[in-house]
Design a protein around this ligand. Structure first.
Ligand SMILES: Cc1cc2nc3c(=O)[nH]c(=O)nc-3n(C[C@H](O)[C@H](O)[C@H](O)COP(=O)(O)OP(=O)(O)OC[C@H]3O[C@@H](n4cnc5c(N)ncnc54)[C@H](O)[C@@H]3O)c2cc1C
Length: 635
């Protein structure tokens, strides 16, 4: 396997423009001769489907939801970044680029990140034109707020529902194409395999989730926009249906998996409150614009937070990082919260810290806070029973976003020709840590502004043929997945799928989570292998293959997590450094900050699947032509 990033030559700021000019085009009359499959209708998939349909391609788009609108992107709360400099506070394309590279701890590709910053402004224009109701100031200008890791206000938002509103925009644009006949939507279909013939992606096999039937679809190119895999931890902020199956099965068919261990732990989630919980709820990072994070200075302090006087409160982020304070990036803020909890100073003895709006309400008035974050406050109250206008919220870090994913080149193509990957499903752009409000930006950049060019270039250059679904190879792939399903159903053991997933989640959180050590990772690898064996001997998948069977759906996804979890631990173990969200306890400064090793680890780790439990590592060196590698400091 060779990794050719295909980063164009020339100055950073001209790369994308030159590349676009040098790309081959498909003539308007020929576009209708090409079929494109898109899996996923989140922001990345829906925007790609709308744009490619508009261009004239025949698009087939798949989602396991009953409606495209239910993609996980709908959950995004806080906002989307763009370098518009509306606030006149010093923002620029270069500054967004620099913040993103630095935020990702210098483990992302310069050229991709610059392009992301470059197209960010267009995304906002596109969404405004679609009618996305971004918050506006009194004079009518679009409003902005700040997010972690930035000293400028560049985050566009629609109350606490930014993802939902952006998805409505993309979904409407896609629906228009459905009406025009250029996009065909297949809902309640789960992609279960990628069909690769002669080394090229030719189509997919999906399970019709209602009838249980396996269906075959072919195309000239396939795009996976299937989101992230944080649910490998069982408890995460992701919607319960999010999973890794599409990218994992593509990985097993030859697509390299990059930086699997780079998982973002988000600092502001509602803490775990019981054994039977299946989901953690995020409180948007935007709350840290006005909320102050603190714990008591006294260990084991069980007093009600409102009874703890000012001088006995430790605003630990403001103390440790005076410049960025509560808006320190997520990895830094998460570790700082863990540190005070480990010291025994968690809120009322719990694994939690306070997020307090008292000062903001006194300064701005309750109405302003209501306008900014009203629905988030209501959500918190509904879940916890406590009113955050009166009592500080309790928050704690939780698995949230995966920076790892399928390796892609500058054109967003994986190591399998004809297979493209967009949004959270690919590894690109965020390095070892994602700054807030940058995932929505990346998903939409990929779908609206990058794939429409690079897919055209692939089709015009490679001129791939369409293989009929009656081809024996398609049947071979279908037969393999039928056998796999039969195997799952025939174990007939004693353990539920969920109990195994939960056990895996505990291993992942304790040993492959916020802090990792050589010993813990080695233990995790063995424990995951043992659990995988137990799964195949003792799982109980009830129901049949021939109808709606959510137990079967979950079993397939957990089978994949049991392989991916091992690779995450292997990746974390081989990376003998700390960078961004990957914190190896052996590699830290005296002050407890992440200690990078640029000499040896300034590369993307791309893993090639050999057999279950066996991978080969390939390295894509990261070359920094423009930024100087520097120790991250948010002090
Ligand atoms: C609670 C929460 C809040 C967030 N807030 C923000 C924020 O404020 N700003 C920000 O920038 N980012 C935020 N994020 C991150 C952001 O929401 C996601 O990274 C982004 O929405 C992912 O979009 P996507 O299109 O890549 O994938 P998704 O929106 O996850 O869409 C995946 C799609 O793929 C489909 N799919 C998956 N697997 C299969 C399969 N095998 N077969 C068929 N279909 C499949 C699903 O049905 C779905 O349609 C937040 C994330 C969470 C969890």
């Amino acid at each position: 396997m060779t990794l050719d990033s295909k980063v164009p030559a020339g100055p950073l700021k001209d790369k994308w423009e030159n590349h676009k000019f040098n790309m081959k085009l498909v003539s308007p009359a020929n576009k209708r001769k090409y079929d494109i499959i898109i899996v996923g209708t989140g922001l990345a998939g829906a925007s790609a489907a709308a744009s490619l349909g508009e261009l004239g391609y025949n698009v087939k788009v798949f989602t396991y939801h009953d409606s495209a609108r239910r993609a996980h992107s709908i959950a995004a709360q806080g906002g989307i970044n763009a370098a518009k400099n509306y606030q006149n506070d010093g923002d620029s394309v270069y500054r967004l680029f620099y913040d993103t590279i630095k935020g990702g701890d210098f483990r992302s590709r310069e050229a991709n990140v610059y392009r992301l910053a470059e197209v960010s402004g267009n995304i906002i224009d596109q969404c405004v034109a679609q009618g996305v109701p971004f918050a506006r100031e009194y004079g009518g200008m679009l409003d902005n707020r700040s997010f972690g890791g930035a000293l400028v206000s560049r985050t566009f938002y629609a109350k606490g529902q930014t993802g939902q509103q952006l998805l409505l925009g993309a979904y409407s644009a896609m629906n228009r194409q459905i009406k025009l006949g250029k996009v065909k939507l297949y809902a309640r279909r789960e992609m279960v395999d990628l069909v690769v013939i002669d080394g090229i992606a030719r189509g997919i096999i999906v399970r019709n989730l209602v009838t249980g039937e396996f269906e075959k679809y072919s195309a000239h190119a396939v795009i996976l926009a299937t989101g992230g895999y944080s649910n490998v931890f069982f408890l995460s902020t992701n919607a319960m249906n999010c999973n890794a199956t599409a990218i994992w099965r593509a990985h097993k068919r030859g697509a390299a998996f990059a930086n699997p261990c780079f998982t973002q732990i988000h600092p502001t989630c509602i803490p775990l409150h019981g054994e039977v919980q299946s989901k953690l709820t995020l409180m948007s990072e935007s709350l840290r614009n006005d909320g102050r994070i603190w714990v008591s200075k006294i260990k084991g302090d069980m007093r009600h937070p409102n009874d703890i006087p000012e001088e006995e409160r430790d605003y630990f982020l403001e103390r440790k990082y005076p410049t960025y304070g509560n808006l320190s990036p997520r990895d830094i803020s998460s570790r700082a919260a863990k540190e005070v909890v480990d010291e025994g100073r968690g809120a009322q003895g719990q694994e939690a810290v306070y997020l307090d709006f008292r000062d903001a309400i006194n300064r701005l008035g309750r109405k302003v806070i209501e306008e900014r974050y009203g629905n988030l406050f209501e959500m918190y109250k509904t879940i916890t029973g406590e009113d955050p206008y009166e009592v500080p919220m309790k928050i704690y870090p939780a698995p949230h976003y995966t920076m790892g994913g399928l390796w892609v080149d500058y054109n967003l193509m994986s190591t399998i020709p004809g297979l493209f990957v967009a949004g959270e499903a690919n590894f690109s752009d965020h390095g070892a840590n994602r700054l807030g409000a940058s995932a929505l930006m990346q998903g939409l950049a990929d779908g609206y502004f990058i794939l429409p060019y690079t897919i055209g270039n692939y089709l015009a250059t490679e001129k791939p043929s369409l293989i009929n679904i009656d081809h024996p190879e398609f049947d071979k792939f279908k037969k393999e997945i039928e056998d796999f399903t039969h195997k799952l159903l025939s174990v007939k053991g004693k353990r539920t799928v969920d109990s195994i997933h939960k056990q895996l989640g505990r291993i992942m959180w304790n040993k492959v989570g916020m802090a990792r050590s050589e010993q813990g990772l080695k233990e995790a690898i063995n424990e995951i292998r043992e659990l995988r064996e137990e799964f195949w001997k003792n799982v109980n998948v009830v129901g049949s293959a021939n109808d709606l069977n959510q137990c079967l759906e979950r079993a397939g996804r957990v089978a994949d997590y049991l392989e991916l979890g091992e690779l995450m631990a292997i990746d974390a173990l081989h990376r003998n450094e700390s960078c961004g969200a990957h914190f190896r306890v052996e590699y830290q400064t005296e002050e407890g900050e992440a200690l990078r090793n640029d000499e040896e680890y300034a590369y993307v780790a791309a893993w090639e699947f050999k057999e279950i439990g066996k991978w080969e590592l390939h390295k894509e060196p990261l070359v920094f032509e423009t930024v100087q590698l520097a120790t991250r400091s948010y002090k």
